[in-house]
Each structure stands twice: as C-alpha cells, then as structure tokens.
Ligand binder design. Structure first.
Ligand SMILES: Nc1ncnc2c1ncn2[C@@H]1O[C@H](COP(=O)(O)OP(=O)(O)OP(=O)(O)O)[C@@H](O)[C@H]1O
Ligand SMILES: [Mg+2]
Length: 299
C-alpha cells in the first residue's frame, strides 16, 4: 500500500471513532466528558530557556554503520518536538543518547545546562528521576503485573508509602483509559493496551522531560487521540518538555510545536508544522507529500 493510501485508510478509521476521553487536573487524573476530537491548545510562545536539551556535533556509529553524523539540535524548555524520519534513520538511537542508554562517539549533549555525554550510571540516576522514556517496544516486565510495572520507576527513584504508589498507579491507568487492570500481566493484554501501559509508566513519576518512542504505534484512533491529548496536557499543565518520535505524521503535526526531520544522520530541518509543510527543501518536501495529500482530501 502506498503512503497516501495508508493515510486515506486512517481518515476512514477516524470518521467512525467513538467518543471517550480523559484528562488531568493539578496532577490528579480525572475522567471527563467524552470527546472525540484532538483537544486544541494555543501553541505556547517560547520565552523560556533555549537549549534546554542540546546536541552539538553528535555522532554515533555501530561498527561501519554511521547512524548519527555530526548532528546539532536544540530543544526549548516546555516544548514538544516531534521527531520524524524514515525507518532506520536513527531516531531511537538519538533519544537513547539523551537518557544515557547509549553514549555518543563524538559531540556534546546538554540537559538543563549540564554536559552529560560522559556521565556514568551513578551520575545519570538523579537525571532519570525527572526524565522518562517510553520505549518503542514498551519494555514491560512480563513477569510483573501491570501494577508492579507502573510502580517500578516510583520504587526505583522515590521513597513513598504503598498507598501513594497505589493511588498514582490507579490515576495513570484511568488516564490511559485502562482502569482496574492492575493485577493483569502484560501477556494477557492486547498490543495497544501494552502500549498504553508503557505510556502510563512513563508519566507516573510526573517527569519534567519525557521521550516518547512511538507512543501511538498500533493504537486505534480513540487511543491515539487520548495519548496525543495527554501529551499536550502534560505540556500545558505541568510544563513538560517532550520529544515524540512517530511515523504518524498527523499526530506529529498535532502534538509538536516544532517538527524535526532526521535524514542521513542529520537534522534535515526543524520548524513549526506549517513551516515544514511550506519548506522548499526537496527532502523535506518529499517526506511530507503523503501528508499534504491527506490534508487535501480532508479539505
Ligand atoms: N545497539 C545497536 N547495535 C547495533 N546497531 C544498532 C543498535 N541500535 C540501533 N542500531 C542500528 O542503528 C540504525 C538506526 O536504528 P534506530 O532504531 O535508531 O532507527 P529508527 O529511526 O528508530 O527506526 P524505526 O523508525 O524503524 O524505529 C539501524 O540500522 C539499527 O540497526
Ligand atoms: Mg525507532
């Protein structure tokens, strides 16, 4: 199926979706009136810290495979950056370097002004308390219940009473529309449910930085909207800074204040969604061609 046909199939799914939605207030997650459309927030005007997350001249190879090549990227505090690019271009590798799971071969990485690329495990620990990642393959522990999976980062990084852990787990489960499944195991859940458990685990610590690797892959249109709205609410209510990797360009455009296209180891362009669509750079233009066709069909 061509990319444009995939988008048309997606549009048809969206037209028939039902109405469910949840949100949060003051850190509490509360179910709200049903809502089928993406929530609209005014795009923030960034007066805050430039280079809150910054990569300068970063390279990463695996043997002869040069994945990231002298890459520069700067992300503002409180911004949501959508990171797009063809499969295998190094999107996951890039964000793994931001949380210390991979070390760059060259270049520098700053998080909140601290140069981190040479940090050891001990030095990464306090950063991981306020930075979390949703892994592309979810990385749930199969031998642990949903409850223990979500509680894991709370136990690892914080000391809190069991009742508080229990409350937080219930709250995030409600937020991803899976209340009451605390005592099931990942193997008993569908792929989309596992993805949402991964999202719940990524946000349960109320992190300041969240790196989402394909948060909506395999999700139905309702869940895709719920997760997209959740990312935006975390940004607008808690000031969370996020990078969202996705192949779903509609989500990328809706959720991202800016969109970065990764191509041949470098950032080919980074701009607002409208800016990317208007780009005359041939690589960027071609990449968004399918998306433009979809928007024309939608009118
Ligand atoms: N730990 C590793 N060891 C060796 N090669 C790796 C490792 N991690 C990633 N790679 C290689 O780096 C390249 C980029 O991988 P990466 O997972 O970042 O791609 P991606 O852009 O996230 O792709 P996708 O959209 O399919 O998830 C791939 O060729 C992959 O095989
Ligand atoms: Mg990936």
């Amino acid at each position: 199926m061509k990319q444009a046909d995939c988008y048309l199939a997606y549009i048809c799914c969206c037209r028939f979706r039902t109405k469910v939605y949840s949100t949060s207030q003051n850190g509490r997650f509360v179910l709200m009136e049903p809502m089928s459309q993406p929530e609209t927030f005014e795009r923030p005007v960034f007066t805050g810290v430039e280079g809150f997350i910054r990569l300068e001249g970063v390279s990463k190879s695996f043997g002869d495979l040069h994945v990231i090549d002298a890459l520069d990227l700067s992300i503002r505090k409180g911004e949501t950056l959508s990171l797009v690019g063809n499969s295998g271009t190094g999107k996951s590798v890039l964000i793994k370097m931001l949380i210390g799971l991979l070390q760059p071969d060259q270049g520098k990485i700053w998080l909140e002004g601290r140069e981190v690329q040479n940090f050891d495990e001990q030095e990464w620990m306090p950063i991981r308390r306020y930075t979390s990642m949703l892994f592309q393959a979810n990385a749930l522990f199969d031998s642990l219940t949903v409850y223990e999976n979500i509680a894991y980062p709370l136990r690892e990084h914080f000391s809190m009473p069991e009742q508080e852990i229990s409350n937080k787990v219930s709250e995030v489960l409600e937020w991803v529309l899976l209340p009451g499944i605390e005592y099931q195991y990942p193997s008993e859940l569908s792929g989309g449910m596992r993805k949402r458990i991964g999202v719940a685990r990524a946000i349960v610590t109320q992190p300041q930085i969240v790196l989402y690797d394909e948060p909506t892959a395999g999700l139905d249109p309702i869940s895709t909207t719920v997760v997209g709205n959740m990312i935006k609410r975390l940004q607008h209510q808690n000031g969370v800074t996020s990078i969202v990797i996705t192949h779903d360009l509609k989500s990328a455009m809706e959720v991202g204040d800016r969109v970065a296209l990764l191509h041949q180891g470098k950032v080919q362009g980074v701009d607002t969604p409208d800016g990317m669509l208007a780009s005359t750079d041939p690589v960027i233009h071609d990449f968004f061609e399918g998306y433009r066709m979809m928007m024309e069909v939608l009118g």
